[in-house]
Design a protein around this ligand. Structure first.
Ligand SMILES: [Cu+2]
Length: 146
């Protein structure tokens, strides 16, 4: 085998292998849980990363639980634009129902590697929380612009 071709081939294999590893590992790193195309907002043990996400009108935002803990994505209905659609994992119609569901039967639960997505049609600022960890400060914002 031509030595140069052999080395090039080995190099490709190694870098492909490393890239594969780093993708898996970074999915569980706190600083950049959503590297790659799998999600826009990651959930670490007690944080949404990034805490503030900027989206465009019509964009579908994907949250992914990149931790071993259970989380929810629960919009604060008084802290989203007036004419915006309410959103919460479990697809509850309002905040009270979403929060009751979590406390009654873990409704809206996102387990490890589970995702939730919502399409934002109205510009403005949306505040949302993780109900089980809101007291620990697990709060995020999506800012939607035209
Ligand atoms: Cu949480």
């Amino acid at each position: 085998m031509n030595r140069r071709v052999y080395l090039a081939a080995v190099g490709t294999t190694i870098s492909a292998g490393l890239a594969g590893c780093s993708t898996v590992r970074s999915a569980f790193e706190d600083d950049d849980p959503c590297s790659g195309d799998e999600c826009d907002i990651g959930m670490t043990r007690n944080e949404f990363i990034p805490e503030e996400y900027e989206a465009s009108v019509g964009e579908t935002v994907v949250w992914k639980n990149t931790s071993g803990a259970d989380h929810t994505v629960t919009a604060r209905e008084n802290s989203i634009p007036d004419d915006a659609e309410y959103f919460a994992s479990g697809d509850y119609e309002d905040e009270e129902t979403a929060i009751d569901a979590w406390h009654e039967y873990r409704g809206g639960r996102l387990g490890t590697r589970e995702t939730y997505e919502h399409t934002f049609e109205v510009p403005g600022e949306y505040l949302y929380i993780c109900e089980p960890h809101v007291k620990g400060g697990m709060i995020g914002t999506v800012v939607v612009t035209e």
